[in-house]
Ligand binder design. Structure first.
Ligand SMILES: NC(=O)c1ccc[n+]([C@@H]2O[C@H](COP(=O)([O-])OP(=O)(O)OC[C@H]3O[C@@H](n4cnc5c(N)ncnc54)[C@H](OP(=O)(O)O)[C@@H]3O)[C@@H](O)[C@H]2O)c1
Length: 391
């Protein structure tokens, strides 16, 4: 695809006004956002997202001093130190809050936590001990482990504590997971929209991930406030409200669709057809993955798809305009099937069944090995080496 950067277009083409529009709309986007309606309550903003008003909460609503004051009598017991435990735990620690980690003694996470400076007996404990000590129990075990450990942990989550999740999975699909949160405690959720590594790296850069929050039980009348505060404390830049059900359905659906499964399927289909038609591996990879990830997707992220249509060649634009409805019509039934499979618990059941098998890591390795050995991804390793910054 031929793509011109906006300044080249302005200089070269009669369509300069289109490019100017694209640039100016991109440039005005932040200004539009700050100019949105501000509701009466301090710091809470109602933003019109594509015609629908939604309330968002921002980091500015919870400066560090306010967080320190809010959680001054609390012990945040974060159990599980995988991707999210690492990101959220270190951010909480850097924010100066009293956070302790609970993981299986001498397991992989225990060792990882020690490497990150958590000290056994001081702020690193076996899971049950941490849960006993915490006023907040932040359940960041793997989803399968939340189900496996629930019968042991549930009696320890006593009145006065707050139970926190980063995914609606366990309580929403309680018939499958058997995780039924106690009725006498606040139960909240903060779901960062990215991996725990990103939660950490954005925080360190002084930025923040976007997260959703939800409340399952509001016993104290303060559950919403607690979730908003914790969302900022773990490293969110802004937070929007959802429900446990909507969070789990959109999350499972998204990762199986455009975020991973769907995009992987689309890459493979496009690559195969190019190869079957005599294109070389490097050409097929470049036209399928490299140009997408290195050139186009970052621009879509920064300025939007509408900008892309303005900033590409007239030939590319015509083709994409003609073909996107064909792809949409072909794919929509697949997405409908996927949403149903998410909503009716099929995806949860499959995930629990697979991930709780004792030999699940070996089985997973076999499947991942198939992907590693696909021609497309082997080609990708070579193409990435050719990037000047990797030479
Ligand atoms: N990863 C993401 O990008 C992401 C994003 C948003 C939300 N979430 C949600 O955040 C939560 C945590 O996810 P994650 O990806 O960070 O978790 P993960 O990496 O899958 O979880 C690993 C943690 O669970 C522990 N664990 C596993 N089996 C256990 C068992 N039987 N008993 C005790 N501990 C056990 C592991 O300890 P050992 O090392 O001892 O095995 C490790 O500390 C989940 O609810 C997930 O859906 C994840």
């Amino acid at each position: 695809m031929s793509f011109r950067n906006a300044s080249l277009r302005i200089a070269r083409t009669a369509g300069a006004s289109i490019a100017k529009r694209a640039l100016s709309s991109a440039a005005t986007r932040p200004a539009l956002r700050t100019a949105t309606k501000v509701a009466g309550v301090r710091g809470v903003k109602t933003i019109n997202f594509g015609g629908v008003d939604e309330v968002v909460y921002e980091r500015a609503d919870w400066p560090r001093e306010k967080l320190l004051e809010y959680f001054k009598n609390d012990t945040l017991a974060l159990i599980g130190y995988g991707s999210q435990g690492y990101g959220q735990g270190l951010n909480l620690r850097d924010n100066g809050l009293n956070v302790i980690i609970g993981v299986r003694e001498n397991g992989a996470s225990w060792k990882a936590a020690i490497e990150d400076g958590w000290v056994p007996g001081e702020n690193l404990f076996p899971v049950e001990e941490a849960v006993k000590k915490g006023t907040y129990v932040m359940n960041l075990l793997s989803d399968a482990a939340q189900s496996e450990t629930w019968s042991t942990l549930e009696p320890l989550i006593t009145e006065g504590k707050t139970l926190y999740f980063s995914h609606g999975f366990s309580p929403v699909f309680k018939d499958l997971t058997h995780v039924v949160p106690p009725k006498n405690v606040d139960v909240i959720l903060v779901a960062p929209k990215g991996s725990g590594r990103t939660v950490r790296s954005l925080f360190k850069e002084g930025r923040g991930i976007n997260s959703s929050y939800a409340v399952w039980n509001d016993v104290t009348g303060k559950a919403h406030e607690k979730a908003q505060a914790l969302a900022v404390a773990v490293g969110s830049g802004y937070v929007y409200q959802t429900t446990f059900e909507r969070e789990v359905n959109s999350d499972l659906y998204g990762e199986r669709g455009c975020l991973m499964g769907g995009i992987h399927g689309m890459f493979l289909a496009q690559y195969d057809v190019l190869r079957e038609n005599g294109h070389s591996p490097s050409e097929a990879f470049n036209e399928t993955v490299e140009e997408a990830t290195q050139s186009l997707y970052p621009l879509i992220g920064k300025y939007g798809m509408d900008y892309m249509y303005d900033a590409c060649s007239t030939t590319a634009r015509r083709g994409a305009l003609d073909w996107y409805p064909i792809f949409k019509d072909a794919l929509k039934p697949v997405f409908e099937k996927l949403y149903e499979s998410t909503k009716n618990g099929t995806e949860t059941k499959r995930s629990l069944d697979f991930n709780s098998q004792p030999d699940y890591r070996e089985k997973l390795e076999k499947e991942l090995d198939v992907i590693r050995n696909m021609e497309i991804w082997k080609v990708g390793r070579e193409v990435r080496k050719l990037r000047p910054e990797n030479n």
